[in-house]
Design a protein around this ligand. Structure first.
Ligand code: IVH
Length: 673
């Protein structure tokens, strides 16, 4: 075959793979194979520049624009949609539709309303010739060079393409790409991008197509504009199927349904899954499916009568930042938070929002008096995304962390390498003490029902408690002195406190509020050491030998127990009769053949889950640790073992495959010949 033929063949094959991957979301060829084909294409283009097809995959990214974007008149106006803000408004739209048709509609297309920017794509004889923004609906901007860089926009259609065709869709920035972009911004110390929609719009209006290409935008096509020489079709759904056959990317979440009740079901389903997708949606678009019905009801000046956008509550709103306050948490860490003009966002009214930590706040550079973007997606805690700089009044000062703690007056310090500044007041800091006690009684820790934030506050203010052990000395009489407390609430709290004495050891360890010790680490510590005393006397090395616990956590555990105040606290908790150990095992039922030996597990072991392999070793008295050192007895390595295998080989630690592992379990170390 000559080079020109091979070139055409490669183009066709690579386009087909791209179509499957980007439009259909399938992967059937492996990356290496694809790369080999792509390299072959590039090699031919380098050797024979005269063969280069202007729509070749290598030609997606063109030269930077010298001038602005040229205006483009839309051949057919790009309408927007009317909104329904409630199910009642949806019903009203449907009644109008049915009313003007004089009969019920012939089905509905239900689609997600993608939160990006509208785009119009024109194909002539199957080739992408123009991409333009919506603009004012009549005239948009020519952004062809940038849109060509988007891989889910085919440069060439598949199969039998019509003479001329215009389609419409939404360009968006996948949420995962948005997060990755902001992670890169953070690394560079640059301010974060506000949201995927603005970033997508900005990316499409870059002068340099290479910049647009680097953002990894994507497209969903949702509408056929005009067409010359296409097949005769009756419904919007058929049109979308046809566009999909031509290689355009149609959202598989679209559904064609019969009745308005089906539409409502789609809406509730789509709402429930709003956050499961890699793109943001701001509603559901409902379209009368039959093209004849659409033609019959037509358009108003602004929008089609045959479609409506059912709006979901906005997840972002602007509001004014009144002040930045700080809170001292249970470990002394200082967290700044925003106090704002109340704003309805993500379905609730928000006035406070976390600002995470000082460096994050300074990076975002929000200042009291700023108009800020507040975001609350799903059940996520409200967050201040950033300032709207165009609306910043003159003379606002950059925020600075106060030097002294507003609760206790002690200095606030930021240790190098730590993200969060800390109050140095220890438990003399009222804020820290309250947070600590509240945490101790919370559900994930000692689960003392009735010891909520308000009660903790009342108890601390009345000087009835100063540390967790004091909780166990509380009496009915003391509680009855508190305002609003009666015999029943007092008895309930006392019995909840009593019940908490038998909480599992892991919950107690978590409740102690040791820096970096969350529920999982607390569980590992309890499992490994079995008594609080043993955790307390463990060395940093012994703690960090546990898989999943690093040196930072280990030294935090060690220094907590080394503190005399904490030792005294542990003593008083013991005196109060709190369970400080795991229940005795029924004695080892298996011979302790692996006593004194330590193992590291890596990769996937045929026939064992990771937990099962670990338990099998531990039941025989062996230890499972997180990383390989020269002291490790052996590495148990399954399929796809990575760096741990290399490390074991480097330091000369024996490596066991599954078969040898089973031998080890059955016959002890002698099973390893
Ligand atoms: S149909 C004539 N379908 O929402 C009908 N629009 O105000 C044209 N949008 O600017 C729109 N997802 O950019 C339609 N599945 C979808 C959509 C969608 C997002 C955007 C579109 C338009 C706006 C409506």
């Amino acid at each position: 075959m000559d080079q020109a033929d091979r070139y055409r063949e490669l183009l066709t094959e690579l386009r087909e793979h791209n179509h499957r991957y980007h439009a259909l979301g399938l992967t059937i060829i492996d990356d290496n194979e694809y790369d080999a084909l792509y390299r072959e294409l590039v090699a031919i283009e380098e050797a024979h520049p005269e063969l280069i097809d202007s729509q070749s995959l290598t030609q997606r990214v063109g030269e930077p624009l010298e001038t602005g974007f040229a205006p483009v008149s839309h051949r057919e106006r790009m309408f927007s949609l009317d909104n329904a803000m409630s199910i009642e408004e949806l019903d009203a739209w449907n009644e109008r539709l049915v009313g003007s048709l004089g009969r019920s509609g012939r089905g509905y297309s239900c689609e997600l309303k993608i939160d990006g920017l509208a785009i119009s794509l024109t194909y002539e004889r199957g080739e992408l010739v123009r991409a333009s923004t919506r603009g004012d609906g009549a005239v948009g901007e020519d952004v062809t060079a940038n849109v060509r860089t988007i891989r889910s926009v085919p440069m060439v259609l598949r199969g039998e393409a019509p003479e001329v065709m215009e389609v419409r869709g939404e360009i968006y920035l996948p949420v995962s790409e948005f997060k990755a972009l902001n992670a890169r911004q953070a690394e560079a110390g640059a301010p974060p991008y506000i949201n995927p929609r603005n970033t997508a719009a900005g990316s499409v209006r870059q002068k340099d197509p290479a910049m647009t290409a680097s953002r990894n935008l994507a497209v969903w096509i949702y509408q056929l504009g005009f067409v010359e020489g296409g097949p005769q079709l009756d419904t919007h759904t058929q049109q979308m199927q046809w566009l999909s056959d031509l290689g355009l990317r149609i959202n598989p979440a679209n559904e064609t349904v019969k009745t308005i009740d089906d539409v409502k079901r789609y809406i509730s389903d789509a709402t429930a899954h709003r956050h499961d997708r890699d793109y943001e949606t701001d509603g559901i678009v409902i379209k009368a499916d039959a093209l004849a019905d659409q033609a019959e009801v037509g358009f108003t000046a602004r929008s089609p009568r045959w479609a409506i956008a059912y709006k979901l509550p906005p997840e972002e709103k602007n509001t004014v930042l009144r002040s930045i306050e700080i809170n001292v948490g249970r470990t002394g860490a200082v967290t700044p938070y925003a106090v704002m003009e109340p704003v309805f966002v993500g379905g609730v009214t928000v006035t406070n929002a976390t600002l995470h930590n000082e460096s994050e706040l300074l990076r975002k550079d929000v200042r009291p008096g700023d108009t800020v973007v507040v975001r609350r997606a799903g059940d996520v805690i409200p967050e201040v995304v950033g300032p709207v700089l165009e609306l910043r009044p003159r003379g606002l000062r950059k925020w600075r962390m106060p030097e002294l703690c507003p609760f206790c007056g002690n200095p606030i310090v930021l240790t190098a390498g730590e993200a969060k500044a800390k109050c140095t007041g220890g438990f003399t800091c009222g804020s820290r003490l309250r947070e600590y006690l509240y945490h101790f009684g919370s559900r994930g820790a000692m689960d003392i029902e009735g010891l909520g934030y308000k009660t903790v506050d009342a108890l601390v203010s009345a000087e009835l408690i100063e540390d967790p052990a004091d909780i166990y000395g509380l009496t009915d009489e003391q509680l009855l002195t508190l305002e609003g407390w009666g015999a029943i609430s007092a008895t309930n709290l006392i019995s909840a406190i009593e019940r908490s004495k038998s909480r599992p050891l892991a919950k107690l360890i978590f409740g102690l509020g040791i820096d970096h010790v969350g529920g999982t680490v607390a569980g590992l510590l309890a499992e490994q050491f079995r008594t609080l005393a043993a955790v307390g006397s463990a060395t940093v090395e012994q703690v960090s030998e546990i898989g999943g616990i690093g040196p930072e956590i280990a030294s935090s555990v060690h220094s907590w127990f080394a503190d005399p105040d904490n030792q005294a606290l542990v003593g008083r908790l013991a005196d109060a009769g709190i369970t400080l150990e795991l229940p005795e095992r029924d004695g080892p039922t298996l011979p302790q053949t692996l006593d004194g030996l330590s193992f590291v597990i890596t990769g996937t072991l045929d026939g064992f889950s990771r937990d099962a392999a670990k338990a099998a070793i531990q039941e025989r008295g062996g230890k499972v640790i997180g990383s390989v050192s020269s002291k490790t007895t052996a590495l148990v390595a399954g399929e796809n073992a990575g760096s741990k295998l290399a490390k074991a080989q480097a330091v000369g630690v024996p490596v066991l495959d599954v078969e040898s592992f089973v031998n080890l379990l059955e016959r002890g170390p002698d099973g390893l010949i």
